[in-house]
Write a protein that binds this ligand. Sequence first.
Ligand SMILES: [Zn+2]
Length: 279
Amino acid sequence: MRAFISLDLEGLPHVVSPEHLSVKKALYGEARKIATEVVKITAMTLHELGFEEVVVADSHGPMVNIIPEEMPGFVKLVRGFPRPMSMVAGSKGSDVALFLGYHARSGVGRATFDHTYSGSTIDWITVNGRPVSETLLNAYLLGEWGVPVILVAGDRALLESDVRDALPKTVGVPLKESFSRYSAISPSMEAINKLLIKGTKEAVKRWKEGAIKPLSVEKPVKVGVRFLNSGFADAAELCPLVRRIDGKTVEFETNSVEEAYKMIELLIFAATGVRAVFG
Ligand SMILES: [Zn+2]
């Protein structure tokens, strides 16, 4: 059996400051260490439960956060960005997927670093009219590939929004409780490790019992994207598939989640390009 883990930083315990989130910032080393520890404990638990191979997609920023030499021998690590299928690259063919360090979607209150894929360009994203977090869009894509998301570990605000509403059978492991966008209370790493071991065992048990299925989505897939700046929508509208709804909002339809995911990646790159030129 093969398990897939996708790792983000904003939903990790004790990660609360922008200083944690980028390679050159003062607290980045602390975040890397925490990321590596939660991945390692989860991967080792999966291995003990019979998963011979664990693929880990490092999925924050330039996607080189996890310390590779600390990974056990059975782990394969997906690193680097840009890449196709971003946060779920390398997941195809896995039996189960787990998300670690995930955060709430843009607009959820009292949630550390609430955002959806790109905090500097995107206001919100909808799929078939429903606002989606990274968790939910990634789960739709994995679902299309037949891979169920058995565990989500991250900010409690995420577990009490998209996970509760769209992935009710998935095991949620709260790694912190946010007081605001930049503050949270987190258990000790010793307690976090115990929660992850317990949650992973429960998730695999539920999956083996047939309780957790791949998520499905109605086709065609209708995607709405609201940008933070009308200039980003101007760029998005250059794509013939994209319709302009208002100054900052566009929509498009695709026949699969995979196509929708690629389009979203493309629109974010276009917006990032506009931002790089015009600010
Ligand atoms: Zn992130």
